[in-house]
Design a protein around this ligand. Structure first.
Ligand SMILES: [Zn+2]
Length: 151
């Protein structure tokens, strides 16, 4: 979890989550490595979870805002939980990360109710993110159907 000293850099304040936003990292690093990159960055970029083929790491509490969809206080940042699926590895390894993400979404929903799924590009059409899911499934609806994540 992020420390108190990093809260202002990584969070816009408290939040009641109304959705879950999925991203794919633009690098070949693991969940732990992406977490370290976030911690060591001077940018106001953050996520609640990093997921790879082995683990899901929660780095921020679910009741604080992260900075992940673009403009500081857009609806993505203000109301949604950010999951970064690590793009590391081949398709098989990436699919394992997606499976772990689906389990994570189910756990979040068990806790907070049936929150709808968003893709990053729902909030910012100029961003092609989550790029590997968009490559594989063309759109969010196909992804949701494939994994039975009915919104
Ligand atoms: Zn994104």
């Amino acid at each position: 979890m992020i420390g108190e000293n990093k809260k202002l850099q990584f969070s816009g304040g408290t939040m009641t989550a109304l959705g879950i936003t999925i991203h794919n990292t633009n690098n070949q690093y693991s969940a732990e490595e992406n977490y370290q990159i976030m911690l060591n960055s001077s940018m106001s970029y953050s996520a609640h979870f990093f997921v790879d083929k082995d683990i899901a790491i929660q780095v921020m509490p679910l009741d604080v805002q992260a900075f992940h969809t673009g403009k500081a206080y857009d609806n993505g940042n203000k109301y949604t939980i950010a999951i970064e699926i690590c793009s590391k590895g081949n398709d098989e390894e990436f699919n394992k990360a997606v499976e772990n993400t689906v389990l994570l979404i189910q756990m979040i929903r068990n806790k907070l109710g049936n929150l709808p799924i968003y893709f990053h590009n729902d909030f910012d059409r100029t961003k092609y993110c989550p790029h590997r899911l968009l490559d594989q499934y063309q759109n969010k609806e196909n992804f949701i159907r494939r994994w039975n994540l009915v919104n």
